[in-house]
Design a protein around this ligand. Structure first.
Ligand code: GDG
Length: 729
């Protein structure tokens, strides 16, 4: 395992002043709890906020904190002033970006001062990372507090290996676009090499924002910024499963359990554990409890609801209000239904030590996780892990990330009180056999994909993403390299040229039919093909009739429709293999609809493919339509084994087994060439580069990433190079 630098807002340990003394205590919260076990088992270091305001400690205390954190926790603290805590943490983090990412737009505060502070604090983190991280260290940045940091580090250290993981949800574009600083935030995140989310929906939403706001091409979880390729993927966070399941046998946990059993004799326990946060849906859940007691009075005195609410962000008005609301609701329920011997809601407004938490999980008959929104929600997973005998029922909100993995739970809509009431009834009456059956399936999954697997998987994919970038880094073809190629050309006697046409030999035109080859170009191609030691193949995405019309006079080999058709220099056009085209009748109406709805767009039909061109469409509208179209086409592509390629202002569908690489092999495998030159400009040409032997000279036109060896700036440079090759000596 490599050296790893974890960066998050909070360190896994917080520093507090109690009775005048500084105290170091483990932080409570999803990220800190989750990563602590992974962190300890590897060569890692952690950078994060100390949790104590800079202006409340002396210089000596500051040094002491840094020393203890380094010595005992391998951590480096960042210190904030009171003002930074106010504007960065309580401000932009918790009043702006948190409610935005979790769909609570009514709580979002748009304040320029908060934003300035967010930038400033991200810069503080950046300086600390640059100062402490070794050149080869993997940097893994966490969560919504540090969304600008990947970009800031990338600027200072372009070769860094950076991962970013967002622990919250990522909202749909219509929500995210509300943020005045949306583009800066996206650009910041795109400084990473790998970006991770808990669920595929968040990935989808993120990609759609990147595409619509920054205009980058996003295909198959890859973002092409024109300079780098960034991967975006799903990594549902796991828990330290064994720690929970095995702790249930611990003496302290057993003691605690016995206490609860004695105290609650015979009553069924319903449990919830959350930070006091409006995303967690605590008041709505209390209303459901109240309605349940009203609707099913036979359960009065037979159940008890333990509401463990961990204090959170208490300085913020919104959170103070929420706390007040919860206090009142608990008071009302207990006043209305309770009696001297029975309190329906047991309200614990504090954080419990781990063994007490596990005892509660283990004792509870039902756990209610009914957040309105939650990136994942670890409590749901921890509850299941704390049930070695498999008994217990989890009621789970459909809008939390965990619902994607825990489908065997009783799933509810957290806004639907009646449904929650019925879910409680279902949970309390569910036969034990059924409980065990459901839980075992979920437990197996959680045990397998635990927190360590999650982190290892992320780091593995980060390396893979970097490796992919390395392969896609075409080197600019300098004058020296060009000279070298000319030298090689002169010495070789069996040469193969595989050339794309549009965007490679000629620039793009508004209408595809305008790209007719000039007389000069035809002359040059004829000259290249005229040398008996050369085999020239034009491999284009165009239809064969156009190719024939434009180049038929030349003695050259051709391939049309991205490799569906091939033609030897002195032969006829042939289909590369029998291909089914029935799918076109199904898909054509969809594309026609897009053509009608999008002024300036054009549908092109070829024998084995359908293409929708949007070069002349207003750019915002074009991007918007592409997203819709690619989405609409996904069902067809699966059903008919089609490829959907989003290339240069075109979305093209074709049979899955056609590609330029396959067509190129027809010529590559034919001879023992001593020089192969392949030139192309688009994603479809990557298939061509892919099949070439190691020694071939592959050239990408344009500066975007490619696995080609070299890059040239424009078709003009390509023509210049070809001219140099065929020039008289
Ligand atoms: C964020 C995302 C995502 C709670 N009370 C006590 C206690 N806890 C621990 C739990 C759990 C953690 O805190 C809470 O994690 P959640 O996932 O439920 O929620 P957030 O804090 O909002 O976490 C969330 C998570 O990050 C990870 O990516 O799942 O969606 O919002 O681990 O056990 N621990 C102890 N005593 C308590 O009283 N010891």
């Amino acid at each position: 395992m490599d050296n790893l630098m974890l960066v998050s807002n909070r360190l896994p340990v917080s520093i507090e002043r109690r009775k005048g003394e500084l105290q170091f205590r483990p932080s409570v919260g999803g990220l800190a709890t989750g990563l602590a076990s992974f962190y300890k088992s590897y060569e890692s270091r952690w950078i994060g906020w100390s949790g104590i305001p800079l202006d409340s400690i002396t210089e000596a205390e500051r040094e002491h904190i840094a020393k203890v954190l380094k010595r005992d926790y391998n951590s480096h603290p960042i210190f904030f002033t009171q003002k930074e805590v106010k504007n960065f943490y309580n401000g932009f983090c918790n009043k702006t970006i948190w409610p935005m990412l979790l769909y609570f737009t009514e709580h979002v505060v748009y304040d320029k001062i908060f934003w300035e502070s967010y930038k400033h604090v991200n810069r503080l983190f950046c300086n600390a990372v640059i100062k402490n991280a070794r050149e080869d260290e993997v940097i893994w940045i966490h969560d919504y507090h540090l969304m600008l940091l990947p970009g800031m580090i990338r600027e200072k250290r372009p070769d860094s290996r950076i991962g970013f993981f967002l622990h919250t949800s990522f909202p749909s574009f219509e929500i995210f676009r509300l943020l005045p600083w949306r583009s800066e935030i996206l650009k910041g995140v795109l400084g990473a090499d790998l970006i991770g989310f808990h669920t595929y929906d968040y990935v989808r939403h993120f990609l759609s924002s990147v595409q619509r706001l920054l205009g980058h091409d996003c295909t198959l979880g890859k973002i092409n910024t024109g300079e780098r390729i960034i991967k975006v993927d799903t990594f549902p966070i796991g828990i330290d499963y064994k720690r929970f399941s095995q702790s249930t046998w611990d003496v302290n946990v057993q003691k605690e359990k016995n206490k609860w059993k004695k105290k609650l004799f015979g009553k069924k326990i319903i449990l919830s554990v959350d930070r006091v946060d409006y995303t967690k849906g605590i008041p709505r859940r209390l209303e459901a409890i109240s309605m349940f007691l009203e609707k099913y009075p036979e359960y009065r005195k037979k159940i008890i609801y333990i509401l463990l609410a961990v204090p959170s962000r208490e300085q913020l008005g919104q959170y103070k209000l929420l706390k007040k609301q919860i206090d009142e609701l608990v008071g009302n329920i207990n006043g209305k239904y309770g009696s001297i011997e029975w309190t329906p809601v047991l309200y614990l407004h504090r954080s419990l030590p781990f063994h007490q938490l596990v005892a509660l999980y283990n004792t509870a008959h039902v756990a209610m996780v009914t957040s309105f929104r939650d990136g994942m929600n670890l409590v749901a997973k921890e509850y299941l892990a704390s049930k070695p005998d498999g008994r217990g029922v989890l009621i789970l909100s459909e809008t939390v990330g965990a619902a994607k993995e825990l489908g065997e739970a009783v799933i509810v809509n957290p806004n639907n009180i009646e449904e929650m009431v019925e879910a409680l009834k279902t949970a309390l009456t569910m036969p034990e056999k059924e409980q065990v059956k459901r839980n075992r399936v979920m437990q197996r999954r959680l045990e397998h994909y635990n927190i360590v697997r999650w982190a290892e998987e992320f780091i593995k994919r980060l390396h893979a993403s970097k490796e992919y970038q390395r392969r896609m880094q075409a080197k600019v073809m300098t004058r020296e390299i060009r000279k070298e190629l000319v030298g090689k050309y002169r010495k070789s006697t069996r040469r193969l040229f595989l050339l794309d046409y549009d965007g490679t030999l000629v620039p793009f035109f508004g209408k595809p039919e305008e790209a007719v080859p000039s007389r000069d170009l035809l002359k040059m191609l004829a000259r290249l093909a005229g040398d008996p030691q050369n085999e020239l193949v034009l491999i284009s995405g165009r239809d064969k009739d156009t190719m024939q019309k434009w180049f038929g006079e030349l003695n050259i080999a051709m391939s049309a429709e991205h490799g569906a058709w091939i033609k030897n220099s002195s032969g006829e056009w042939e289909i590369i293999s029998t291909l089914d085209t029935h799918w076109k009748n199904e898909v054509r109406p969809v594309l026609e609809l897009f053509e009608d709805r999008t002024p300036g767009s054009q549908l092109e039909e070829k024998q084995f493919s359908l293409a929708w061109h949007y070069r002349r469409v207003d750019s915002e509208l074009g991007l918007q339509r592409v997203i819709e179209l690619v989405d609409d086409l996904s069902d067809f592509s699966e059903a008919y084994n089609l490829q959907v390629k989003h290339g240069d202002k075109t979305v093209e569908l074709k049979n899955g087994d056609i590609n330029k690489g396959r067509a190129a092999m027809h010529w590559v495998a034919r001879n023992r060439w001593d020089l192969i030159v392949a030139i192309g400009d688009q994603w479809t040409d990557e298939d061509l580069f892919d099949v070439l032997p190691e020694e071939a000279c592959s050239i990408k036109v344009g500066l975007s990433p490619s696995q080609a060896k070299y890059s040239l700036e424009s078709p003009k440079e390509v023509r210049q190079l070809l001219k140099e090759l065929v020039a008289e000596q």
